[in-house]
Design a protein around this ligand. Structure first.
Ligand code: ADP
Ligand code: MG
Length: 326
C-alpha cells in the first residue's frame, strides 16, 4: 500500500510549507431578528476574532438604522418627521434626507408606483392583528398619498409635508440601504467574501471561495420550497412577495404592498425579484415592479441598465427581463 504513505508525505509537506503561525481561515455566520425581520450574515475570515467583530459591526449597523427609520419607535427620526412635518419643516440627518430624496427620484422613475407616502393609508393596516382601513377611511386619506406633497429644502436638509394627512414609511427601501451600508463596513474591514441578508434583501461580496453563492427565490405559496435557485457573485438580489406580511379575510389576501392609486394591495403578481449591484435600488425596484405588474415591470427593467428581474404572476407563470432571457 503506497497510497496512504504518499498522502502522509503530502500532508507533512503541506504543513511545513504553511507560514507560521498557522492560519485557520473559516466561514463564520450569525442570524438575528432586527428591523422586524431576519438578518443573516456569512463571511470568510482568517481570524476568528476579527470575523466575529465584523459580524457584530453589521448587526450594530442594522440596529442603528432601525433606531433611525422605524415608524414604530417614537424617538426615531422618521417618527418625529411624521409627527411634525405637516406643521413645520423638520430638519433631518443627511442619511435620512438622502434616502427620502432618492425615494422621490424613484417615484418619478416608476410613474408613482414606488411612493413612500403610501403610508398615509398604509399605517392603518395591521397585518398581525388582521386589521385594515374601512373604505371610508381609504377614500378620505387617498389624496394624501402623493410624493409631490413632500417638499425638500436641500440647504436646510429639511422636509415639509404640504398636505395635513401625509405619513411616510421607508419599509420598501430601508432594508436595502441597510444591506448596502453593511457591505461597505465589511469591505472597510478587509472582508472579501460575504453574504448579508435582511429579510428579502441580499447582497453578496465576492464569491463563495471559487464557487458562486446559490441564492434561492422562495415559492410564494410554499415557505419551504424554492421557485428558482440562482448562482450569483458580487451582486445583490431583492425579492418582494405577497407572503411576507398578510392576512386573509373573506377569501381575499390583504398584504403589505399597496397601490398608491387605490391604497389597497395588488394581486397581479405573487413575487418580484430584482438583481443588480445596489441593494437599495433592488429593494425599491422590487416593490415598485410589484405595483406595476408584469408588462410595466418588464418594460421598466428593460430600460434600466444593470438591473434585471424575475416576476411570478398570479397564475404562477415566470417572466424574465431581457438580460435574463436565454
Ligand atoms: P419586505 O422585504 O419587507 O417584504 P418589500 O421590499 O417587499 O419589503 O416592500 C414592502 C414594504 O414596502 C411594505 O412593508 C411597506 O413598508 C412598503 N411599501 C408598500 N407599498 C409601497 C409602495 N407602493 N411604495 C413604496 N413602499 C411601499
Ligand atoms: Mg422592496
Amino acid at each position: 500500500m503506497t497510497m496512504p504513505r504518499l498522502a502522509t508525505y503530502a500532508v507533512l509537506a503541506w504543513l511545513l510549507y504553511l507560514p507560521s503561525p498557522l492560519v485557520f481561515s473559516q466561514w463564520l455566520s450569525d442570524s438575528q431578528g432586527i428591523m422586524g425581520t431576519n438578518i443573516h450574515v456569512e463571511l470568510w475570515s482568517d481570524d476568528e476574532k476579527q470575523g466575529k467583530a465584523a459580524i457584530a459591526a453589521v448587526m450594530a449597523e442594522m440596529e442603528r438604522i432601525n433606531q433611525l427609520m422605524s415608524p414604530y419607535i417614537a424617538s426615531s427620526e422618521l417618527a418625529i418627521l411624521n409627527a411634525q412635518a405637516a406643521s413645520q419643516p423638520v430638519s433631518v440627518s443627511t442619511e435620512l434626507y438622502e434616502l427620502i430624496a432618492l425615494s422621490i427620484e424613484l417615484s418619478k422613475e416608476t410613474g408613482g408606483a414606488f411612493d413612500i407616502t403610501f403610508a398615509s393609508v398604509g399605517y392603518l393596516y395591521d397585518y398581525r392583528a388582521k386589521q385594515k382601513p374601512s373604505d371610508e377611511q381609504v377614500a378620505e386619506l387617498l389624496s394624501a398619498i402623493d410624493f409631490k406633497h413632500l417638499q425638500l429644502n436641500p440647504a436646510a436638509h429639511s422636509i415639509f409635508f404640504s398636505h395635513p394627512k401625509v405619513k411616510i414609511d421607508l419599509g420598501g427601501i430601508a432594508k436595502g440601504h441597510a444591506v448596502d451600508n453593511a457591505v461597505t463596513i465589511l469591505q472597510r474591514l478587509g472582508i472579501q467574501h460575504a453574504l448579508v441578508t435582511a429579510g428579502g434583501d441580499t447582497r453578496l461580496l465576492g464569491d463563495r471561495m471559487g464557487k458562486p453563492w446559490m441564492v434561492g427565490i422562495r415559492d410564494p405559496r410554499h415557505a419551504d420550497k424554492q421557485a428558482v435557485l440562482l448562482p450569483l457573485s458580487d451582486t445583490a438580489i431583492s425579492t418582494s412577495g405577497d407572503y411576507e406580511r398578510y392576512f386573509e379575510q373573506d377569501g381575499e389576501r390583504y398584504h403589505h404592498i399597496l397601490s398608491p392609486k387605490s391604497g389597497k394591495s395588488i394581486h397581479e403578481v405573487q413575487s418580484v425579484s430584482i438583481i443588480g449591484p445596489r441593494s437599495t435600488l433592488n429593494d425599491a425596484l422590487s416593490t415598485a415592479i410589484f405595483v406595476l405588474g408584469v408588462q410595466g415591470g418588464i418594460d421598466l427593467l428593460n430600460r434600466t441598465p444593470g438591473y434585471d428581474g424575475i416576476i411570478m404572476d398570479s397564475q404562477r407563470k415566470m417572466h424574465y427581463s431581457q438580460g435574463l432571457t436565454p
